[in-house]
Design a binder for this molecule. Structure first.
Ligand SMILES: [Zn+2]
Length: 299
């Protein structure tokens, strides 16, 4: 019994040896084939590279210039983004995380350090310009990749890899790993720490512009409101009441009927909706009508 078992084992070992040897030989053959193919692809690309660079000179040069210029201003850009508090992670409520996507601009303004002033606006313009330039740079890189991919045979692109090929024709290609859009992450962690939800905003040109226009429209709105309020002088108020004969324009009640009636001067188009403080936009209302008018912007 023992002898028979030994014989079987020896036979199995021999078969296994053959199988392994066969696999080993295959591996070596595949390795050689891949190496030869890779070397051939590399040689092909090396020979044709100069021609490609020559044919696409303008685009490649522009791409290099863009990359270098962006790279030289990168630290400055990051510093501005940090100053505005528009990068990194902020912890907020679960509800905020779910609502960020629907109105990212509103939440970014609330959770960053941006303010309604001219300095902040000009910094936002700089960020928008910089991120727009990043976008152009990436567009140029992609165009070069596309041209490489369509200009060389498939086996060359497969053997050399598109990334390596691009890197060899565009000097600034390495900057693509550095020049990236900042990210702002809204995160919520439950009290026990078991739940964690995040929403990431990529700070690209559109986002910086969105913040800029929201802030500047708020600023012009508050400037308008300040102006409208200061224009409403006691003299103007009295002049409007006199013009309207001390009579409410809505209910017709007047000081002649009710001597102690409190009359107020109302903006027909509310200041909050852009209405101005000028005679044509003003009317006399009694206090009751003014309270029920809805928008009690000015009196
Ligand atoms: Zn009235």
């Amino acid at each position: 019994m023992n002898v028979y078992q030994c014989a079987l084992n020896a036979e199995t070992q021999t078969i296994l040896c053959f199988v392994f040897a066969a696999i080993g030989i295959d591996c070596v053959l595949i390795f050689i084939a891949v190496t030869v193919r890779y070397a051939k692809a590399k040689a092909y690309f090396r020979d044709c590279k100069t021609g490609f660079v020559e044919d696409n000179k303008a685009l490649i040069e522009r791409c290099n210039q863009y990359g270098n210029s962006l790279y030289s201003k990168y630290q400055e850009f990051r510093a501005v983004v940090v100053q505005l508090g528009l990068e990194g992670e902020c912890s907020c409520s679960s509800a905020a995380v779910s609502n960020v996507a629907s109105d990212p601009i509103k939440f970014l303004i609330k959770h960053s350090k941006v303010q309604e002033n001219d300095e902040c606006l000009s910094l936002l313009v700089r960020c928008a310009k910089y991120t727009k330039a990043i976008n152009v740079f990436y567009g140029q890189i992609n165009e070069i990749r596309r041209r490489l991919e369509s200009g060389f045979p498939r086996w060359v692109v497969n053997g050399c890899r598109l990334d390596t090929m691009t890197q060899e024709v565009v000097q600034t290609y390495a900057y693509t790993r550095i020049l990236m859009y900042p990210r702002f992450v809204f995160s919520y962690v439950s009290p026990a720490g078991r739940n964690r939800r995040t929403e990431t905003i990529v700070m690209n040109e559109a986002v910086f512009e969105g913040i800029w226009s929201a802030l500047s429209s708020n600023m012009s709105k508050s400037a308008h409101i300040r102006k409208a309020r200061s224009a409403m002088t006691p003299d103007l108020r009295e002049a409007i009441k006199k013009r309207d004969n001390y009579t409410c324009k809505l209910c017709g009640n007047s000081v002649y009927v009710e001597p102690n009636l409190l009359l107020e001067v109302d903006h027909i188009i509310p200041v909050s909706k852009g209405g101005r403080t000028e005679a044509s936009n003003l009317q006399t209302l009694c206090w009751r009508c003014n309270r029920t008018k809805g928008n009690k912007e000015m009196t």
